[in-house]
Design a protein around this ligand. Structure first.
Ligand SMILES: Nc1ncnc2c1ncn2[C@@H]1O[C@H](COP(=O)(O)OP(=O)(O)OP(=O)(O)O)[C@@H](O)[C@H]1O
Length: 308
């Protein structure tokens, strides 16, 4: 069995005595995509830059494709693609295609630079100096630079920040294709829909610690209470409806004739709401179900943590 793509145990990184990564452990199995979510300054970039060998840990162990990112850096680099937050920062004088070809020249079996530029929708900008590319175009070039060496593992630091919606969707499709080809991916993002769309697993970081982890479905199921709304005549006895629902449900008349049920949303819950209404000769109109998104879970967890 090959070693996991990434294996981190009890990782600690301190600046001026303050732990900005505070005893984090995680594993990314081969071929999977992990999304690291977190508030600003949560420690996402620090964690992945330690995995990339750009920063050193104060304690804990980090193995990337079974190797030590610092001691085995020379063996690891050809296997790993890295997209930094400011990926083309140092190369603004070069033209897009030239820069990509330069990166390809470092790799043993590079992808074709022209084809790759096309894949990230930059064929028309091949001869444009990098400094004249828009922010979103620079991001796409930076992604191509991470891909040209055919990496086994990709680190993408906020890959779609600054992209327009169309470019984001193109990038998501590309990431999905890479993942389908067996490439392992670790990405950081502030876009919770991005994590929900792409990730096998999500880790939420706050102030250097993991506050939640699981698949997007697990996180939204286990950490979230959903909502059911409906309209009916005013003044229904909400306590009696609540008593007919699973323990932990709450029912309020939020405005005259408008009702809100907060509970874990299951088929049984909906059946219980509608059958109670039927028993009262009440027609529940405009019944809607709102499942909590990853964003709701994230806000709830980080707000609660922040308040401690
Ligand atoms: N070289 C450094 N020296 C001192 N403090 C640093 C250094 N690098 C990062 N930090 C601090 O470490 C903390 C974590 O930063 P990091 O960049 O890892 O967070 P992040 O989760 O990637 O944040 P963002 O979402 O804002 O990019 C921050 O408080 C940051 O100010």
């Amino acid at each position: 069995m090959p070693a996991p793509a990434v294996e981190i145990r009890d990782l600690v990184k301190r600046y001026a005595g303050r732990a900005v990564v505070d005893s984090i452990s995680l594993t990314v199995p081969r071929g999977q995509l992990l999304a690291l979510l977190g508030t600003n300054g949560a420690g996402k970039t620090t964690t992945i830059e330690i995995c990339e060998g750009f920063r050193r840990a104060d304690s804990g162990s980090v193995r990337v494709l079974g190797l030590d990112p610092v001691a085995d850096g020379a063996r690891l680099r050809p296997k790993v693609g890295v997209m930094l937050q400011d990926g083309v920062g140092g190369y603004t004088g070069a033209r897009a295609l030239e820069l990509l070809q330069l990166f390809g020249s470092y790799a043993a079996h590079p992808l074709d630079a022209v084809g790759l530029l096309d894949l990230v929708d930059l064929a028309g900008a091949a001869r444009t100096p990098v400094k004249r590319l828009s922010g979103g175009q620079q991001q796409r070039l930076s992604l191509a630079m991470a891909l040209i060496s055919r990496p086994e593992l990709l680190f993408l630091d906020e890959p779609t920040t600054g992209m327009d919606p169309q470019a984001r969707h193109t990038t998501w499709d590309l990431i999905r294709r890479l993942r389908a080809d067996g490439v392992s991916v670790v990405l950081t993002t502030h876009y919770l829909d991005e994590a929900e769309e792409l990730a096998d697993n999500v880790i939420m970081l706050h102030a250097g610690r993991i506050v939640a982890e699981g698949s997007p479905a697990e996180l939204t199921r286990t950490n979230a209470v959903g909502q059911v709304r409906f309209s009916a005549r005013r003044g229904l006895p909400v306590e009696r409806l609540r008593d007919a629902l699973p323990v932990g449900s709450a029912v309020t008349e939020v405005a005259p004739g408008h009702y809100l049920v907060s509970a874990e949303v299951t088929p049984e819950l909906l059946a219980a709401v509608t059958s109670w209404c039927a028993s009262q000769q009440v027609l529940a109109e405009g019944l809607t179900v709102e499942r909590r998104s990853l964003e709701d879970v994230f806000l709830a967890l980080t707000t609660a943590e922040g308040a401690r």
